[in-house]
Design a protein around this ligand. Structure first.
Ligand code: NAD
Length: 292
């Protein structure tokens, strides 16, 4: 079997180019550009690189991208005040508070404070609830990006058996809900596994899965013996090794030959997360201006 790459870079570029055409049309008709604001608290190397790629993608999409840097020592009340200010600013369509925030700040309080109509990360309980119920919502960006990647490569989902490894609120939980929902990119039968899943049960599930999505943060977690030939493998993990190399959660070298499709790291899901943020920002903007 010929393994093929699910190229997140190519798909993201295609989606962002499509968005930039729409934006050019809106701007030509006299509207302002879509506007994304990102708040970054303190210094955190991975966050710096994620924020940078979001700002670059804003430029490519024709958006205004605005980065607000706040000091590590800022307290929760001050951060909430900044968020409320942006919530009330009609010139910002989408707001991201880059996570993680410093430990002295309650992350859930921050997520809950972002106005749902600007919550382009899709983490607010209102958006998460609406997404779960199958209603229109900003969908959590990484999970939505995975769906768009599967759609781009016309990977069949309906009726397939999908196993998700990891149950985080930002990846594992939402992708398991989205792929099992009655959505265009959905209608799979999904098993959600996590750290308390007995090893034998995990292996039973992954070995008969048509699609495996892994988001655990452990390099080489998915090995060749865990999957069946022809599996579609989505590697969400982003792990920096001591030698500086960036790897996912899959033992790529040994697992890839067994797959029909697999995402590379880097150049896979990470790129799609940023593209999904652009889609969500465009939706926030279209909602603001009552555009179709
Ligand atoms: P997390 O780090 O919050 O939690 C890890 C999850 O893995 C937990 O749900 C845990 O139950 C599960 N887990 C741990 N050991 C396990 C085991 N032995 N068997 C089964 N499940 C196990 O999860 P996260 O925030 O989703 O991050 C996971 C990885 O994905 C990290 O490497 C992170 O950097 C990466 N990530 C990438 C993107 C992207 O855009 N590509 C976005 C978010 C997260």
């Amino acid at each position: 079997m010929q393994m093929k790459l699910l190229d997140g870079k190519k798909c993201a570029e295609h989606l962002v180019a499509d968005i930039s055409l729409k934006v050019a049309g809106y701007v030509a008709s006299g509207l302002r550009k879509p506007h994304m604001t990102i708040i970054l608290v303190g210094k955190h190397a991975p966050s710096e690189s994620y924020v940078k790629s979001k700002i670059v993608s804003c430029e490519k999409a024709g958006f205004e991208g605005n980065l607000i840097r706040l000091p590590e020592e800022i307290n929760e009340a001050e951060l909430l005040e900044r968020i409320h200010g942006i919530n009330n600013d009609q010139t910002t369509d989408g707001l991201i508070v880059q996570l993680p925030v410093p430990k002295h700040i309650d992350q859930q309080n921050i997520i809950n404070a972002i106005a749902p109509e600007k919550d382009i990360d899709g983490f607010h309980p209102t958006n998460f609830g609406r997404m779960t119920l199958g209603q229109k919502a900003f969908r959590p960006a990484t999970a939505y990006g995975i769906c768009k990647l599967l759609q781009f490569y016309e990977i069949p989902i309906k009726g397939k058996h999908c196993v998700v490894i990891g149950r985080s609120n930002i990846v594992g939980k939402p992708i398991s809900i989205m792929l099992s929902n009655d959505f265009d990119i959905g209608n799979a039968t999904v098993t959600l596994t996590h750290i308390e899943t007995p090893r034998e049960l995990l292996l039973d599930e992954t070995r008969r899965a048509d699609i495996v999505i892994v988001a655990v943060g452990i390099p080489g977690f998915v090995t060749e013996d865990m999957v069946k030939p022809g599996v579609v493998l989505i590697d969400v993990g982003i792990n920096r090794l001591e030698n500086g190399k960036l790897v996912g959660d899959v033992d790529f070298e040994n697992v890839a030959p067994k797959c029909s499709w697999i995402t590379p790291v880097p150049g896979g899901v990470g790129r799609m997360t940023v593209a999904a943020l652009m889609i969500n920002t465009l939706m926030a903007y279209q909602n603001n201006f009552n555009l179709a």
